[in-house]
Structure formats: C-alpha cells, structure tokens
Design a protein around this ligand. Structure first.
Ligand SMILES: Nc1ncnc2c1ncn2[C@@H]1O[C@H](COP(=O)(O)OP(=O)(O)OP(=O)(O)O)[C@@H](O)[C@H]1O
Ligand SMILES: [Mg+2]
Length: 426
C-alpha cells in the first residue's frame, strides 16, 4: 500500500460529457493507474486513494459507477459503499477484493453492491462488469427521467383541468349575472321611459306628478341597488368568499320580494298572492339570494303557458325534521340536493304554486340543467332553475318540484332557519 496523502485528491480526466462517470477508489497506486489506462478513453474518470476523498468527489459530481477496493486504510470499502449508496441510491458499485471473507462479500451485496471482482483482475472481465454497470445506470436514469416527465405531465394536466373547470365556472357565473340582472334592468328602463313621458308633458311638476316621479325614482333606485348586490354576490363567489348571511326576518324578505315581483316585466296580467309566515324567523341565507330564488321561480310561473295564471307564494316554519322516506321521485315529482340536505329543524318551507301549463314529465329530469329551456330562442336562457338549485345547495337546503299538465306546478323549498325570539312575526 502507498502513502494515502501523497496522492492528489482527484484527477478528473476531461472528456466530452455524457459518457458516464466512473469513480475508481484504491489506495494502491498500481491497480488504480492500470484501471485509469483501461477506462480513460471510455468514461469520464474520477480517481481517489481513500474514502473521504471519494465522498468529496461524489458530492461535487454525479458518479454513475464506482469501483471500490474493499481493503483501504482510512475508510473500508464497505463503509464507503454504504456512504455512497446513501448519497445516491442509484449509483452502481463494483467491489474489488483480494482475500476477503465471504462474510464481507455478503455484507457488500446486502448494501446493494452490484458485483465484485477478484484481484488481480483480468481486463476483459473488469471491462465487461463496468460496461454492464454503466448500462444499468443509464437505463435506470432514463426510466427515472421518464417517470419524472410522466409525473410532470400528470401534474400539468391536472392544473389544466382545474383551470378549465375555473374557466367554465366563470362562464356560468357571468351568464348568471346577466340572467339575474336582466329583470331589474328591464324594470329600470321601463320606469325611466314612463318618467320621461310624464316629465316631457309637464311644464312645471305639480303635486301629483311630483309624487309619481318620487315613487318611480324610489323603485328605480331599489332596482339599481339590487343590480349592484347581484353583481357583488357573484363576484364574491368568483373570489371564493362566502356570501354574507344577513339576519333579516323572512317576512321582510317576502315583502321586498313581492314588491320586486309585482313590477317584474313577466308579471303582465298574472295574479300574485304572497302569504307571510306566521312565526317570526330568519332563513340562514343571504337576503338577496333568498329574493332571487323566489323571483326566478315566480318568473317561471308567470311564463308557464297560460294567458293568465295565479301564482301563490307562501311560507311556513317547521319545528320537526322532514320524513324523507315519504319523498319519492316519479313522473310528476323530483327532489334535488337530498344527499346534502341538513334536515335539522327549525326549517323554513317555501311553496311557489301556479296553475299554469305544467312541466311535461320528459322535461322534469332536465329543467335544473344549466341552459335547458323550452322557451323560444331569445325568450329564456335556461339558467333560472340552475341558479335556484345552486343557491339551495349552498345552504344545504332541499328543492322539490311536483308538476302536472292539468294542475300546474308546485316548487317547495326547505331552508335551514332560526327562530327570532326578539321580534314578532312580520
Ligand atoms: N312553473 C313552471 N311551469 C312550467 N314550466 C316550467 C316552470 N318552471 C320551469 N319550467 C320549465 O323549466 C325550464 C327551465 O327553467 P329555467 O328557469 O331554468 O329557464 P328558463 O325559464 O327557460 O330561462 P330563463 O330563466 O333564463 O328565463 C323552462 O324553460 C320550462 O320549460
Ligand atoms: Mg326561468
């Protein structure tokens, strides 16, 4: 054995990259130099005369295959094998032995050395072994990088899908904004025309005219406020902020709804009756959402096929859970959101009943799908009921429809609610 410190720590032989890097570690000059001569044309070489130097080299540069002498002074080849495998488990290692016991060799194999070769070695044998080891390493690297690329691709596809989902949700939401704002905008433009008419005729506004203008302006500003709230609701949904739950009594909301429904352009000559709830309570739902879902159901009822129809909206507070086993889907009935309905009383039951043309049973499964409409082009976007269903899902409510072509249609909503101890009904 030679003096370990006399040997330079490393002698990398410069060669074009990607040939594979072979680390030769032997504290004996002779074998190290002869291996260098054998392999210098084939691989990039790193030479070390002891374990610590070899570790330092492997830290600085990727090693594909290492040829390690087992018996060395400062650190045994077995210890070095363990450390190198720890640093890079994919590195292939071939041990060089002189007179080692089978026990040592078994240990080397256990530490995942690829093979061992006896000294003095025959050149074709060592060449064959190192060549095999290089090929194994290359294959493994290729497989690893293939797997990494596959992972990256899967992750990218996943991102794309999320992006796409977001984009389609956005599309639905923009369409919903337009759907919900359409009603108030029609009212605003109708009233502005009325006002123009009245004001254009009058040289001076007398008491009666002033009162007319005042009332209409009040309705207009209410509708404008409604448009703003609708936009804010959907925009906060886009920003993924939960909508604020207002603590407004159900009868105040029903009152506001009635006012908006009466002036809605779809009402025409249809009759509207709104019955208040006899027990003071508040729905666990944003007030604008509450009014919006009633408006969407009532608008549909106004447009339900008969020249003039009667639409009745009523509410009731239930102090017991619903018997869900009694609710079954059929040709004339359908329930939505049963799976996440929170059946904990008190529950607010809202019923929107019309005596219009009814819904054909083949439509009953489709009416909640976004963009399904039976109306003539430009008369309906088919979004009203999908918005109602989304709002009901957001509050873990239940939506039920029963319809027959003879009798008309009844929509029943169940919404989690709170009793109002502090206020009388109304
Ligand atoms: N009360 C009802 N009476 C009869 N048919 C109804 C009633 N409510 C809903 N429908 C049917 O359900 C379909 C879907 O309703 P939805 O409110 O989702 O869209 P739409 O009313 O067609 O369009 P939009 O709401 O955009 O004006 C309607 O086209 C109609 O066929
Ligand atoms: Mg509709």
């Amino acid at each position: 054995m030679s003096d370990q410190n006399a040997i330079p720590a490393a002698e990398p032989v410069l060669a074009p990259r990607r040939r594979g890097t072979l680390l030769i570690v032997d504290d004996d000059d002779g074998p190290r130099e002869s291996l260098k001569m054998v392999f210098k044309g084939e691989y990039d070489l790193l030479l070390a005369s002891d374990g610590p130097t070899a570790i330092e080299l492997a830290r600085q540069q990727r090693v594909d295959v290492a040829l390690l002498d087992i018996r060395m002074g400062r650190m045994s080849g077995i210890d070095l094998l363990e450390k190198l495998k720890h640093m890079d488990p994919g590195m292939e290692v071939v041990m060089m032995t002189a007179f080692e016991t089978t026990d040592t060799l078994r240990k080397a194999i256990k530490l995942r050395a690829l093979d061992y070769i006896n000294k003095p070695f025959e050149l074709p044998v060592v060449r064959g072994l190192v060549g095999d080891a290089m090929q194994r390493r290359r294959l493994e690297s290729e497989m690893n990088s293939g797997a990494e690329k596959m992972d990256a691709l899967v992750a990218e596809l996943q991102d794309q899908r999320i992006e796409q989902q977001m984009a389609s949700t956005r599309g639905d939401i923009y369409a919903s904004i337009i759907h919900d704002i359409n009603g108030p905008l029609a009212v605003i433009s109708g009233f502005v025309q009325l006002l123009n008419h009245r004001v254009a005729r009058a040289k001076v506004l007398e008491n009666e005219d002033l009162e007319f203008v005042r009332q209409k302006l009040h309705t207009i500003s209410r509708q404008v406020g409604n448009c703003v709230e609708i936009s804010q609701r959907y925009l906060s949904f886009l920003r993924r902020k939960p909508g604020e739950i207002s603590r407004v009594s159900v009868n105040t909301l029903l009152n506001d709804f009635e006012h908006l429904a009466r002036v809605h352009p779809s009402r025409k000559d249809n009759e509207l009756v709104v019955n208040p709830v006899s027990v003071a309570c508040t729905p666990r739902m944003n007030g604008t959402d509450f009014i919006q879902l009633l408006l969407n159901l009532t608008t549909n009822a106004f447009q339900s096929g008969k020249a003039v129809c009667r639409v009745e909206v009523s509410g009731e507070l239930l102090s017991n859970p619903l018997d869900l086993t009694a609710i079954k889907d059929s040709d004339e009935e359908r329930s939505m959101n049963m799976e996440s309905f929170d059946n904990t009383p008190p529950l607010l039951r809202l019923v929107v009943r019309d005596n219009g043309g009814g819904i054909p049973s083949e439509y009953l499964t489709k009416i909640f799908q976004p963009y399904f409409t039976s109306k003539a082009p430009k008369q309906g976007t088919g979004l009203g009921l999908s918005i109602v269903l989304r709002l009901i899902k957001e509050v873990n409510g239940l939506l039920h429809v029963r319809s027959s072509l003879r009798m008309g249609t009844v929509f029943t909503l169940h919404i989690p609610a709170d009793l109002r101890q502090d206020a009388p009904a109304g």
